[in-house]
Design a protein around this ligand. Sequence first.
Ligand SMILES: NC(=O)C1=CN([C@@H]2O[C@H](COP(=O)(O)OP(=O)(O)OC[C@H]3O[C@@H](n4cnc5c(N)ncnc54)[C@H](O)[C@@H]3O)[C@@H](O)[C@H]2O)[C@@H](O)CC1
Ligand SMILES: Nc1ncnc2c1ncn2[C@@H]1O[C@H](COP(=O)(O)OP(=O)(O)O)[C@@H](O)[C@H]1O
Ligand SMILES: [K+]
Length: 497
Amino acid sequence: MKAVVTGNEMKAIDTYTIQEMGIPSLVLMERAALSMVCRMKERIDRADRILCICGAGNNGGDGVAVARILFGQGYSAAIYMAGNPEKWTEETKKQIQIARNVGVPEYNELDLTHIRVLVDGLFGIGLSKTVREPYHTLIEKVNQWRGRRKERQVWAVDVPSGLSSDTGQPLGCVLKADYTVTFGYMKRGIILYPGRELAGKCFVENIGFPGKSLQVHPSAGFTCHVQDFEQLPKRKNDSNKGTYGKILVIAGSKNMSGAAYFAGRSAFVVGAGLVRILTPEANRVILQSQLPQAMISVWEETDRDSLANMLAWADTLVIGPGIGTSEIMAQRLKSVFAGSQCPIVLDADGLNLLAEHEEWYSLLNGRTILTPHMGEMSRLTGCSIDELKADRGKAALKLARERQIICVLKDSSTVVSDGKHLYFNQTGNHGMATGGSGDVLAGVIGGLSGAGEGLFKAAYMGVFLHGSAGDAAAARFGFRGMTSVEIIEGLIEILKN
Ligand SMILES: NC(=O)C1=CN([C@@H]2O[C@H](COP(=O)(O)OP(=O)(O)OC[C@H]3O[C@@H](n4cnc5c(N)ncnc54)[C@H](O)[C@@H]3O)[C@@H](O)[C@H]2O)[C@@H](O)CC1
Ligand SMILES: Nc1ncnc2c1ncn2[C@@H]1O[C@H](COP(=O)(O)OP(=O)(O)O)[C@@H](O)[C@H]1O
Ligand SMILES: [K+]
């Protein structure tokens, strides 16, 4: 797992490193600039004209140092100081002084005519509120210059200027980058859309912040990488089907057998020992033929005693895909919540029913993972989708804390919260915007929970795994061709490897 920080969290780590650890600010800056130059050299030519646009803050100081190092190595690099000289920080002043001593060319006016590579050191994590003039006009001018011309490159220092490093939203306007080299730790705003797109390809460079800085100023946010697959529950030789969890999937309605199939099959694929699907009679034959490994029970033959037996049997319940929102289903869900004690993954129509029955939260808290997409989240919270997207992390954290549940807020950039921590997902792709993809996720999380994972870990590992499966599916079948069936194949492939 790797930390994902807000601007303020990064500042606290910065300050602690400089003031308490004694690493001088200029040393960090030099390392930041060196790491950036190293990345750039893999992708630029010696003949390229490079212009570093620098603001008054330390982001500008980094930009000046980048220009000076490139110039010293024989590249055609120049500087344009965009910020107000009265606001230059001490470090930035020092960098300009060094650059002038060395003889790095300096533009007095912004002229992009012959430039091929632009380094954006206008604003970093110090940007507050909406970008003011004259910077707004400057950013628009650079964006126009870049246009869609592939031969022109923009490299953002730390974060693209104008982007909120906390929410991924533009603060008025953003200088669109092809590459971003971010220092210390990944920033939330670079993972969350539209920031992820505006930042281009991102490199995280450790420029010497000691681990102790993060221990003293821990971040609430984190993300997972491929090595975190190690965290998945281990399988044992000396085991049986009861070892890996019994999952009861309550899913499907008369014209929706697929939702039950996807959730049930995915729970099996991540390793569940036994899966039982409770669904209407109309789905019995379909599911028995499509998913013979699952046990099928039907609502029409379920009385109070048999429901109690099923609930006592299950280690985890996955509830909601394709169940509809009828009054009779609402009554059934209430009996399920009241009659069970095990973890619950509540998805889709289960969430829509919950939005109409707030009193159910008292039956759910402490043992439930809610997996809303933006529309369902809007129904659950009463906030508009735009309000939710303005700060996804905050929205997930708030619901989780207030309702004492785990919130998986699904989107192109999914976040997961237990009310204290925030997982930011980096796997997955637009090929996953396909019917049934969410049902697969519910089954994956249910399967992991049934295998004994804690709720929060089952939720974020499930999201990580599901996105990775989507990436494997896209690699094999392409974004358009892949459907939820291929996402399940992707799951099988990555879990095998
Ligand atoms: N401690 C350090 O010395 C280090 C700093 N680093 C760099 O320093 C950056 C942070 O530096 P700063 O804290 O100086 O901040 P920034 O350089 O990101 O931004 C501050 C500047 O932007 C102006 N500004 C802020 N909001 C504005 C708005 N809405 N419209 C117009 N102007 C606005 C401020 O007046 C100030 O001049 C990081 O992003 C990183 O690039 C790195 O070099 C790592 C080490
Ligand atoms: N553009 C995208 N990038 C990454 N993941 C996506 C994207 N679009 C959708 N997803 C993922 O696909 C799943 C869709 O879930 P959901 O909307 O509930 O689908 P359904 O109701 O069809 O099952 C979520 O896990 C979501 O994060
Ligand atoms: K920048």
